[in-house]
Design a protein around this ligand. Sequence first.
Ligand code: DC
Length: 222
Amino acid sequence: MSEISVLTIDGPSGSGKGTIAQLVAKKLGWHYLDSGAIYRVLAQAALKHHVALDNEQQLAEMAKNLDLVFVIDNDVLTVLLEGGDVSNLIRSEQAGNAASKVAALPLVRAALLERQRAFRQLPGLVTDGRDMGTVVFPLANHKVFLTASAEVRAERRYKQLKEKGIECNLPALIAEISERDERDMQRQVAPLRPADDALQLDSSAMGIEAVFKHVSALCTEV
Ligand code: DC
């Protein structure tokens, strides 16, 4: 994996990896893959077509044929499922939880592997998820594992939801985040864990600017 550079940013939900990945991709002019969005869209497709979230065979079949399109325009990522805009729908806590369930199924992960690898195109790729540096792009040039305490991540989420005028409850958010972390870390295939060669950053006490500086300093060859 030498000629097309890849930067992977893995970490638990709410660690800020998506924000940082998009900022770095913009700075470098590289492509961006939000791998979590693929699992979120698959879970959404399952709900839409009344497929149970533990029906591994059928979900893997759906994953292979998933009609999913990402459009990035003016730095805004729009996600289309079967031509319909699901960008907002897939961002709820329930959608994240459903994504975590379908993502635990080995056949589903296998079915989505090549689709994710196809995003590696010139001039380079920045990608965020749980297993980008360990499984999908194990030979990536640069790897980051970004984390933050569950409390800090829940507080960030709480603020975001409040700003959108969505009622929420902090203890419930902490519990949901911890439950999702646990499922993502304990699953048998591609669990959430840092790659051995990843730079590990704890963003609990860091602002976005500071994390961005650290991460973009890794990719100075461009
Ligand atoms: O990054 P996110 O919160 O959008 O991800 C939603 C869920 O998708 C996450 O809880 C686990 C799953 N996921 C995964 O298993 N592997 C990835 N590379 C990305 C996400």
